[in-house]
Ligand binder design. Sequence first.
Ligand SMILES: [Zn+2]
Length: 175
Amino acid sequence: MNLDLTWMPGLAAPFVYPSAGNPRVAVLQPGFRETRQVRYFASIDEEAAIRFAPEVLAGTAIQLRRIATRSRATTLRNAVVVFTWEGEPGLAEYDREMFWDVFGVPAFEQYLSRRNRLIASECDAHEGLHIRTSSARREGWIGDASPCACGDARPRLMPRPKLIAAGLKLCEQRP
Ligand SMILES: [Zn+2]
């Protein structure tokens, strides 16, 4: 079933900004609740999204990459938020670096359920994604409960190679 959640406001998920503040956010993905500060723009309306003068762009790595190659989102002040969904690979380091180079703001990955509910989100420390629900699970990801530099005590999902490279204590996340 191909369900466009933008037509069903009751089902739309809240967009959760990963840091303090209430910036103008252009969301390029349907299925998020719109507010005065958070607006949805279909991928085809890229021009309208730019005119909105967002301080934050939120979308998939592919959508953000497309805007980055044109380098016209010059109003960004805070962040780009990169959505990934259950079962998908996480944000690639080369994309993260490219977004930083082009937009001049950090990328924050958010791991979402199929209905755009936030399962885990990256913090200012950029060392894994803090788990925000009890249903967090991901192929190739593990939970790490060691203290995070940001002070958030919630355990984090981390890509396995990153954890091993850091020599941190591993604890498998039960599915
Ligand atoms: Zn943290």
